[in-house]
Design a protein around this ligand. Structure first.
Ligand code: SAM
Length: 280
């Protein structure tokens, strides 16, 4: 049996058996592999880092989309940076939004997931509300005149093309692109292993936004502890929406979800002390 080895850290690594390679190659920007694993189903990795698996993608995509969208309550315009697999887009489109702009750097990721993991995006890229832009997300927010209720940064880790998506300048441009009362949510890694990354991002949020925080989601293939999603908003009340209000919105939307529910929404903002200390 051969093994996929994810070596993100000097002293720890994750290994997944490769039961069958479905695609392996280089896009214009990154090394991309899609393989089958007995526990996680189809797995996609970029530059050696697992991006998503068939079995557990629901946890990440539901929490990255439904927490800000139900907290906002009436989002019409949503911007996704990255997320070329379309899983996050799929979840956002379950809300009554008018337009979702997705800016993905690498057309190769969109093509590979459509071909080898088509159940992730379904027909989300064909939805008339979707506007897919192939380009650099940092450049897009620096230049666009469009304004958004919710911005979701579904990025790779801060190495290679994703690095710019963790910079203060990028967050400042995101703030410029938010409508009043808007919210920005970011992929911020596993704090136990990548604490510095979270500390820096939330530090920038605090300087730029009215409310700065993070919330947690447990994703089995993002190993070594809970994963953090950064939260930066212009309206502190968005983080305080109570479970009753969220339940009314959730039931009105009629969504069936596997990870998200209004109680986990509220609880996900409760942080263990080691993470509170990191972002203090
Ligand atoms: N949705 C996923 C999950 O479940 O974790 C994985 C993240 S998604 C595949 C990350 C995407 O960010 C990749 O497709 C990558 O090409 C994209 N990306 C990296 N840097 C970018 C940039 N500067 N602008 C836009 N997209 C970028």
């Amino acid at each position: 049996m051969s093994w996929f080895v994810e070596q993100l850290h000097k002293h720890a690594r994750q290994q997944l058996s490769i039961d069958e390679v479905l695609y392996e190659g280089r896009t214009d920007f990154q090394d991309l592999i899609v393989f089958r694993n007995g526990t996680f189903g189809r797995v996609m990795a970029l530059d050696g880092a697992v991006q998503l698996t068939e079995a557990d993608e629901f946890a990440y995509h539901e929490m990255m989309s439904h927490v800000p969208l139900f907290a906002h309550g009436s989002a019409k315009d949503v911007l996704i940076i990255g997320g070329g697999d379309g899983g996050l887009l799929r979840e956002v489109l379950r809300h009554p939004v008018e337009r979702v702009t997705e800016v993905e750097l690498d057309a190769g990721v969109v093509e590979a997931t459509k071909r080898h993991m088509p159940f992730i995006c379904g027909d989300a890229f064909e939805d008339p509300r979707t506007d897919l832009v192939i380009g650099d997300g940092a450049r897009y927010v620096a230049e666009t005149d469009n304004r958004f209720d919710v911005i979701l940064v579904d990025s790779t880790d801060p190495v290679g093309p994703g690095e710019v998506l963790f910079s203060r300048g990028f967050y400042a441009d995101c703030k410029r692109c938010l409508k009043p009362g808007g919210v920005l949510v970011t992929q911020n890694g596993v704090p136990f292993m990548q604490g510095e990354e979270l500390r820096k991002s939330v530090g920038h949020f605090r300087e730029l936004f009215t409310d700065a925080a993070c919330y947690l989601v447990s994703v089995p293939t993002y190993v070594n502890g809970d994963m953090a999603l950064g939260w930066a908003s212009l309206d502190p009340a968005l983080r305080q929406v109570d479970a009753g209000t969220l339940r009314a919105r959730y039931e009105a939307a009629g969504l069936k979800t596997r990870y998200y529910n209004p109680e986990i929404h509220v609880a996900s903002f409760a942080l263990p002390n080691y993470i509170k200390d990191l972002i203090r």
